[in-house]
Design a protein around this ligand. Structure first.
Ligand code: PEP
Ligand code: MG
Length: 581
């Protein structure tokens, strides 16, 4: 059908048909040169001016965000503005200029490499992707510092991207906004991952997009007509009229699908046989709350607090965290919010990578999450106090990550009791009944779920980790990724055991790993008895749609039968009956 198909990762659904615009950037080569002591002050000034210009550019772009855009769009630009003000970029390079007597560009490059190293060592895919933001911000400053380097997006007012399919190496959130402003049809980039801000932004702005389409700029010509299939993650060139018609029809169907999904946002998530399913959102940043509200999430089922600790010299104090939690409570308009305590590990440094602590050989099995927090009460206490204090102002739940032994629960509960007493003595209000729950993401905890269920107020299954630990598959190791299987019988048994344990003692059990947001698995999870899902807001309506088409009771019978099937072939056969293709 197509004479050329280039594959990447579809990160924003939808189809676009149009002419190619290849965005060519001049490769900026950063060279080092030595400065005399007398030149250092002027060099520092030059860096500061560069930063100021970068800020001015971003502010100008922020002004261009259309009023009708989701409010989280501006937050992406704000993140970059914040990074420009962060001491890691605003101060550290100045120290490097002085200590190494080098030019501003080189100092920035050294600092960029340091920051990026920290991000690359992270095992959380979302946080790892944040390194792209560092690169985008650094590239902007570099371009400004290198006199004569042209802004690839150029004059902001030129409508070069209107009705075009932009093909680029990578795009910054700022580029994305400018192009949307001009009526771009779709993006295809050679780099970037599904969790990059640009990918998230493309989804928010509903622009079809593909990332990781290696070599795409080499194979496509300017003005050539192509189809971007954001669903399958493929760019097609050289199509005949018949094939183009096929994609025009697909485009129309997709628009109808979107329209139908929006209608679901105000419907309750009720199964056909009348079970009300709670649908919560996973959030990392304050601005994610807007996306959660847009799809009418019942609340936040997982608020990952790691973000507050990243990319800074000192961990945030109690007051700062309290202020952020109160912002999130306000943003969620008093809906329930489950705040997960810090899930940092040996591989995720809290100080922007400046400690010399050696990395563990096996960070995922090392001093991570609750283990680290209990080891370092000075890190843990301010966060627990901030959550307790915030609980006075909203419907909060506190959730502990990566529990493996019941002693961790008991130790944390003692600490919480001590902090509650402290707050009482200080006359600071908090919710005496603040529910304390735990994540079941280590197989040992799932097997002993009845023990945990009796000590905790709720459980939440973190399948991302549960799968990696149950199957001994490092979730970020490409070599073994093919074995990472959410449908492995062992994984299903562990989920089932956890849900059953919660039900037996009458505490809520939710599931907040990526599995919850996969519409393909919705029926299976309902059959496993799950009644609370927490997922990326972008997936919520589609999952809700499947729920409204499902009947819990027959699904539960089917799953019970599946879990008792010990013949491998029959197991697969029955599983296929529960999982959408
Ligand atoms: C999980 O492990 O499923 C989970 C939700 O936690 P995270 O992805 O943040 O490790
Ligand atoms: Mg986890």
């Amino acid at each position: 059908m197509a004479s050329l198909a280039i594959h990447g990762i579809g990160v924003s659904r939808g189809y676009a048909i149009g002419r190619v615009y290849r965005l060519q950037r001049a490769q900026t080569e950063i060279v080092e040169y030595e400065l005399q002591a007398a030149q250092l002050d002027a060099e520092i000034e030059r860096y500061r001016t560069g930063l100021e210009l970068a800020r001015a550019e971003l502010r100008a772009i922020r002004e261009r965000i259309p009023a009708a855009s989701p409010t989280d769009v501006a937050a992406f630009i704000d993140t970059h503005l914040l990074m420009l003000n962060d001491s890691l970029l605003a101060k550290a390079p100045l120290e490097i200029i002085r200590s190494q007597r080098c030019n501003a560009e080189w100092a920035l490059k050294i600092q960029r490499d340091r920051i990026v190293q920290v991000f690359e060592d992270m095992d959380d895919e979302y946080l790892r992707t944040r390194k792209d933001d560092v690169d985008h911000v650094v590239a902007r400053i570099h371009r400004i510092l290198l006199a004569g380097a042209e802004n690839p997006v150029g004059d902001l007012s030129l409508p070069r991207f209107a009705k075009r399919i932009v093909i680029a190496d990578d795009l910054t959130p700022a580029d994305t906004i400018l192009m949307q402003n001009q009526g771009v049809l779709a993006f295809v980039t050679e780099y970037g991952g599904p969790l990059s801000h640009t990918a998230i932004l493309a989804r928010s702005l509903e622009i079809p997009a593909i990332v990781g389409a290696r070599q795409v700029r080499r194979y496509l010509r300017d003005d050539e007509i192509v189809v971007v299939d954001g669903v399958r993650g493929v760019v097609l060139a050289g199509l005949d009229e018949l094939s183009l018609d096929f994609y025009r029809a697909r485009q129309q169907q997709e628009q109808q699908r979107r329209h139908a999904l929006t209608a679901f946002s105000h419907q309750p998530a009720l199964t056909r046989d009348g079970t009300r399913i709670a649908l919560h959102a996973n959030i990392e940043l304050l601005e994610d709350a807007t996306a959660a509200l847009r799809v009418s999430a019942d609340g936040v089922g997982l608020y990952r607090t790691e973000f507050l600790y990243m990319n800074r010299a000192e961990p945030p104090g109690e007051e700062e965290q309290l202020a952020v939690f109160l912002d999130v409570i306000r943003a969620m308009e008093q809906r329930p919010i489950t705040i997960r305590t810090l899930d940092l590990g040996a591989d995720k440094q809290v100080d922007g990578g400046r400690t010399d602590a050696p990395l563990a050989n096996n960070p995922a099995l090392g001093l991570r999450a609750i283990r680290l927090c209990l080891r370092e009460p000075d890190l843990f206490r301010p966060q627990l106090r901030a959550i307790l204090r915030a609980s006075h102002y909203g419907r909060l739940r506190l959730m502990l990550p990566m529990l493996s032994s019941i002693q961790e629960v008991q130790q944390t509960q003692l600490l919480i009791a001590e902090l509650k007493q402290e707050l009482r003595e200080q006359g600071l209000p908090f919710d005496e009944q603040l529910p304390v729950g735990g994540m079941i993401e280590v197989p040992a905890a799932a097997v002993c779920a009845p023990l945990f269920a009796r000590q905790l107020d709720f459980l939440s299954i973190g399948t991302n980790d549960l799968i990696q630990y149950a199957l001994a598959i490092d979730r970020i190791d490409d070599e073994v990724n093919y074995l990472y299987d959410p449908l492995h019988p062992a994984v299903l048994q562990l989920i089932h055991m956890t849900i059953r344990a919660g039900r037996e003692v009458g505490i809520p059990v939710s599931l907040c790993g990526e599995m919850a947001g996969e519409p393909r698995y919705t029926k299976l999870l309902l059959g496993l008895g799950l009644t609370e899902f927490s997922m990326h807001p972008a997936n919520l309506l589609e999952v809700k749609q499947v729920i409204t088409q499902s009947e819990c009771i027959p699904l539960q019978t089917q799953v019970k039968d599946l879990l008792h099937t010990h013949d491998a072939e029959r197991f697969i056969e029955k599983l296929l009956g529960l999982v959408a293709p």
